[in-house]
Design a binder for this molecule. Structure first.
Ligand SMILES: *Cc1c(COP(=O)(O)O)cnc(C)c1O
Length: 357
């Protein structure tokens, strides 16, 4: 830290992304990326013509992509906000709506607390219940920015839309942000509630189900007024936040919807398979509606399993937070990767042989 840094940032604890080591080739099950490439029509966008166009600024209004998303999801272009990854939308939302503080679960996406700290907000982390379920009543009548990932991360568990409706009804004068980063893997979207609630912001991403984590593209749905707020902050920060290539990739992605639904179906199938295998091996596995499983073994500690897997070329995500340190978050890869993963887990917990069971 230099001696020039503003006082208010000196104590800031930044977000720690999942590791992206370069020392060897790993089976990467640690950052919830897709194991599948983007659709062929999407990668075809990266041609010489697009390369030559890079001399020009991108369309700051992202008109075409907004229109395509609005059509696909049955809303108006005025309901759509786009950002450089959904993290950027989260950033703007905390900036815009955090004046009275924020509430979110104790076990959830770690970035919420970081944004809260960045803006000096008063944040209440509400403990999930013992079994990691979320009691929606904890979020009713808060009068603050409510932030819920649905499905949640790293648990993968979700709440029904009728409970989100209750949260919206009882917080009419504050914004409710529902982070649907994982909704395409079996969750229920609350998007239809947009018609009745001007306090709803639904945040989504192309990073997970749209195989585009490296492109950095997020989208969100809100009332035209809420979108206007976010646009004001975006134009006050970086109007060209989404680069020209990513905009083109995003448009092609929306056009290839069928391909991505197929990818999600395959992920869900492999998730069910992996869940079953882990349970057979004595793991406690939370019921997941996401592209990952959150699981704890009754034979090996969470951190030890993480280390042993890494030694054998498989990366999973381990968190040191006391409540969840016995667990690992395992991204669902291809079926083949999951078979290697399960075999490797067996090797680790059975000490290299299959005999002692
Ligand atoms: C991955 C993730 C995001 C951020 O995704 P971007 O890559 O920034 O679009 C946001 N929220 C949750 C819960 C996530 O898991």
């Amino acid at each position: 830290m230099s001696r020039f840094l503003s006082e208010k940032y000196r104590g800031l604890e930044a977000y720690t992304p999942g590791e992206q080591p370069r020392d060897m080739h790993y089976i990467k099950l640690n950052t919830n990326e897709s194991p599948f490439p983007p659709a062929p029509e999407v990668t075809a966008v990266l041609n010489r013509e697009q390369g030559n166009l890079l001399r020009l600024y991108p369309d700051p209004t992202a008109k075409t992509l907004k229109q395509k998303l609005a059509k696909l999801y049955g809303v108006e272009p005025e309901n759509v906000f786009l950002s450089n990854g959904s993290d950027e939308t989260l950033n703007f939302a905390f900036m815009a709506y955090g004046e009275k503080g924020a509430v979110f679960p104790d076990i959830t996406y770690g970035f919420y607390q970081v944004y809260g700290d960045l803006y000096g907000m008063d944040c209440a982390q509400i403990p999930l219940k013992e079994d990691f379920t979320l009691d929606y009543r904890d979020y009713c009548q808060r009068g603050k920015l409510v932030v819920i990932a649905n499905p949640n991360a790293p648990t993968g568990m979700s709440i029904p839309v009728k409970q989100i409706r209750r949260i919206l009804e009882t917080n009419r004068d504050s914004l409710v942000l529902i982070d649907e980063a994982y909704v395409d893997f079996g969750g229920e979207t609350c998007l239809p509630l947009l018609r009745g609630f001007d306090n709803l912001l639904v945040v989504r991403t192309f990073s997970k189900s749209r195989c585009l984590a490296g492109g950095r593209l997020g989208y969100a749905f809100g009332s035209p007024e809420v979108v206007e707020d976010l646009e004001k902050l975006r134009y006050s920060t970086n109007p060209y936040n989404i680069n020209r290539l990513t905009l083109a990739l995003g448009e092609a992605t929306v056009d290839a919807e069928g391909y991505y639904q197929d990818c999600c179906t395959r992920i869900i199938r492999s998730r069910r398979w992996t869940e079953e295998k882990l349970k057979e091996l004595g793991f406690h596995v939370l019921p997941s509606q996401a592209n990952f499983l959150f699981a704890a073994s009754n034979r090996i500690g969470g951190e030890e399993l993480y280390r042993e897997l890494k030694r054998r070329g498989i990366l999973v995500r381990h968190f040191t937070k006391p409540r969840i340190c016995q667990y690992n978050r395992i991204t669902i890869g291809t079926q083949e990767q999951m078979e290697i993963f399960v075999d490797t887990v067996k090797e680790i917990i059975w000490g290299g042989t299959y005999e002692n069971l």
